[in-house]
Design a protein around this ligand. Structure first.
Ligand code: MIG
Length: 819
């Protein structure tokens, strides 16, 4: 489903030669004003600023107007970084700004800008033929694109990981949040817009962020192979160039600017079961009973729009759910939390409290003529009393506060998390499927139209939800899932890429899509496991569950009227296979949690493409059917029906088959078995893999043994992060972080565990160090004392190449010697 003709028109405009389409280009610039932040050009026609922003970050801001409006951003974290000192000079034909390790060169006579790294490496440069140009409201930047540059990110995009295209044929994408039911690999745009990309050239990385919410497009070498053209249909061309040189550094700096995913509550990382829609209450009770009786682990059940009275947000259908509080409490006693859908379209219902309060508070988006904007969404499709909806103006702080407080009764009913859907916003009978572009928003006192607010509407709704949850449940981590968002929205909600289909192309396509989201700041994301529309065949569901184990967010969800998609829906052997997949997720939770903590601290996504860790390996640049999960696991999913074996590329170094323990030399492609029961997974040599025994839900984790698999290397280090899993105390240092080390030489292996850092300690438990060795050790010593062999704890045993050392976890430093 290709949608917007407008965008095609825009793309055509963007590539037409200036003279033909009425484009004006920047041309000669006047002498700049030099300020403490950098260079500022004004000539009564255009304004161009070249500013230092932070270490490794510069900003190039342009409007074809005499000056800039307020310096406003929908995405940046406030307060903004304090800029490093800037040195401005004139060198040959250029004005030069040197700041934070970057140099910006402005060629005044041609009106061209170039950004270089301190070592002289050219990162970004205007295309020599076309630089900055404009036509009416449309602003365009044409940049040089070199043959050896690979381009990643750009948010939620179907298609290949490298936006240069499968064969460097280029791609062209737009930023315009869209409800795209039954999309496919060629549909663009989708629900989430992130105008940020990462460029990798011969192993060196930098990033470019366009801080503008108006509709934009990115032509990555498609119309012209040597050119990357960015066009925006309003606002400013406000660009941040972010240096690496490593991909990690680019991600760290981009997320320092726009924010990072907050650490989710532990339960949100468990397995979630959803469908459109589970009802009535008895169905939920039955579902809970099935999960527990069949011993399929799960942490949350989801309620979709049939749980609401006539599809109206923030209500309950009292016939289907006469006692929601009772039901939710019953589920909770079984370790199951409940997440409820909360859409942005209350019904226009005169006399009803929500609508009246919204009207009285001036909370709804208005048409250009000042009347309240109406549109048909779900409440218009209700069987009883159908009618139009109105739309909260989430751009307005007072409206966000009002909406956030409306979740109070849901929380009192026992709801654990919120699901913001339809927040593009999707409006069935609206122009282009959304609100009119001239609809009026109130951006904290500044008048803004929907053309500006459209792309951030979902992001702002999730901000209202997240901040509302924080206020209603102080000290507890919020959980919000959203369909629409924008750069910076990673601070408020996890995302899922909407309405996929139950077919293999969508399973495969979810990998580059989620990798791209992770590279765009959205490190907490997951696609509908099993696919949304259509019926999932047994093999597809099994393989998708196996892949979903490694989605940061792991939810099985399916469309109205589709066949059952629960893990047991297809009988045996599928139920057994699917249970095993979900069990693996729970075993690996300590590892995943540590990886998400890292994402929340540095922006490094848990699910990431191999080039992030191996930027110099050419084989990694286009790989999007395998990925890294945390620092040490490499996953090569099965993406085709009937596939029982596949090839995987292993980066240089040694790798171990997760299932068989077999050592495989990397730096090449290897064949690997992929029986129906499991996906190929490899572990990096020197890894510490943190696991626990299978639990039925995260509430069962306290007191579980901590299992640490130690994969051989001469010397290596690993880190484990733990905390209470639900409160915000970790922000005040109430966590436990431990460093694990190994050293091996001539028949001796030393494993050291550091004392935990931080103010939290886990419940009493056993520590099981499982050390891989070539030969059976003669003895094992713990802090100098020899341990008995056998099943006791402390004690050790040997089985198939693994020495397992068991001891009560002292929560203090210890050392184990095996020789
Ligand atoms: O247009 O709430 O993407 O996950 O189940 C349908 C019902 C509205 C779209 C979401 C889907 C959800 C469905 N919603």
């Amino acid at each position: 489903m290709r949608r917007p003709t407008l965008l095609l028109a825009l793309a055509a405009l963007a590539v037409a030669p200036p003279a033909l389409a009425g484009w004006q280009s920047l041309g000669r610039l006047p002498a700049p004003r030099v300020t403490p932040r950098g260079l500022e050009y004004r000539d009564g026609r255009v304004a161009l600023d070249v500013h230092a922003v932070a270490e490794g970050v510069v900003r190039v801001r342009f409007v074809p107007r005499p000056g800039f409006g307020p310096d406003f951003s929908w995405s940046l974290v406030e307060p903004r970084p304090v800029p490093p000192p800037a040195r401005c000079s004139r060198q040959g034909a250029h004005d030069v700004l040197a700041a934070g390790g970057l140099r910006v060169l402005v060629d005044r006579s041609a009106g061209r800008v170039e950004v270089q790294a301190a070592d002289g490496e050219s990162l970004e440069a205007d295309d020599p033929e076309q630089g900055l140009a404009w036509s009416g409201q449309v602003l365009r930047a044409a940049r040089r694109l070199r043959d050896d540059e690979h381009v990643y990110g750009l948010g939620e995009k179907a298609g290949p990981l490298d936006k240069r295209g499968w064969q460097l044929g280029g791609t062209s994408v737009a930023m315009w949040n869209s409800d795209t039911y039954r999309y496919d690999a060629s549909t663009d745009p989708l629900y989430v817009s992130v105008p940020f990309y990462l460029v990798l050239r011969r192993g060196r990385a930098h990033g470019v962020f366009l801080d503008e919410s108006h509709r934009s497009s990115f032509d990555v070498g498609r119309s012209s192979p040597g050119r990357l053209t960015v066009a925006v249909e309003g606002g400013e061309l406000d660009t941040y160039v972010i240096d690496g040189p490593t991909p990690r550094q680019v991600l760290e700096r981009y997320t320092a600017l726009t924010g990072r995913v907050p650490l989710p509550p532990l339960w949100a990382l468990g397995y979630h079961q959803s469908r459109y829609s589970y009802f009535p209450d008895g169905r939920l009770r039955e579902l809970a009973r099935q999960f527990r009786e069949r011993r399929v682990p799960a942490d949350a059940l989801w309620l979709d729009i049939h749980a609401l009275q006539d599809f109206r947000p923030l209500t309950w259908d009292r016939e289907r759910f006469p006692d929601p509080a009772g039901l939710l409490a019953e589920l909770r006693r079984q370790g199951l939390r409940t997440v409820v859908v909360a859409d942005p379209h209350p019904k226009k219902q005169p006399g009803e409290a929500l609508y009246e309060a919204g009207l009285a508070g001036g909370h709804f988006v208005r048409r250009a003529d000042g009347t309240v904007c109406e549109g048909e969404v779900w409440p218009a499709r209700a069987e009883r009393e159908p009618g139009p909806s109105v739309f909260p103006d989430f751009a307005r702080p007072a409206t966000r506060a009002w909406w956030g407080a409306l979740y109070g009764p849901l929380l009192e009913t026992g709801v654990a998390g919120l699901w913001n859907d339809m927040d593009e916003p999707s409006v069935f009978d609206g122009p282009g499927g959304t609100l009119p572009l001239d609809a009026r928003h109130d951006a904290d006192g500044r008048a803004a139209d929907h053309a500006e607010v459209h792309n951030v509407y979902g992001q702002l709704m999730t901000r209202a939800s997240f901040e509302g949850l924080l206020r209603l449940r102080p000290g507890q981590r919020p959980f919000v899932l959203t369909r629409a968002s924008f750069a910076g929205g990673q601070r408020y909600a996890a995302v899922w890429p909407g309405d996929s289909s139950s077919d293999w192309s969508h399973l495969k396509g979810s990998i580059p899509m989620l990798l791209g989201l992770g590279l765009s700041g959205f490190a907490f994301a997951g696609a509908d496991v099993g696919g949304f529309s259509d019926d999932a065949a047994p093999e597809l569901l099994a393989r998708w569950l196996q892949l979903g184990v490694f989605y940061p967010f792991f939810r099985n969800h399916s469309d109205f009227g589709t066949a059952d998609q629960e893990p047991w829906a297809h009988g045996q052997p599928w139920e057994r296979i699917n249970r095993r997949s979900i069990e693996l997720r729970y075993e690996l939770l300590p590892q995943l949690y540590t990886a998400l903590r890292e994402a929340s601290r540095t922006g490094l996504p848990a699910l990431r493409p191999l080039f992030v860790d191996f930027p110099r390996e050419e084989a990694a640049w286009g790989l999007d059917d395998q990925f890294l999960f945390g620092d040490d696991l490499l996953v090569a999913p099965v993406v085709r029906e009937g596939q029982r074996r596949r090839e995987a590329w292993l980066p240089p170094g040694d790798w171990f088959d997760f299932w068989t323990g077999e050592r495989r030399a990397g730096g090449r492609r290897v064949g690997v078995e992929a029986p129906l029961e499991r996906l190929p997974i490899f572990v990096r040599a020197g890894a510490f893999v943190f696991r626990q025994p299978v639990v039925q839900h995260t509430g069962e984790m306290p007191g579980q043994p901590l299992i640490v698999d130690v994969y051989p290397a001469e010397r290596s280090e690993g880190r484990l992060y733990e905390d209470d899993g639900e409160s915000l105390d970790y922000q005040r240092g109430v966590f436990a972080e431990r460093v694990f080390r190994q050293e091996r030489q001539a028949g001796l292996c030393r494993v050291g565990v550091g004392a935990p850092v931080g103010g939290w300690r886990p419940a009493a438990r056993e520590l099981r160090l499982r050390v891989r060795l070539d030969v059976e050790p003669r003895r094992v010593r713990l802090d100098g004392r020899e341990l008995p062999r056998g099943g006791a704890s402390p004690g050790w045993s040997w089985d198939a190449g693994v020495a397992e050392v068991r001891l009560p976890d002292p929560q203090a430093a210890l050392e184990v010697l095996l020789d």
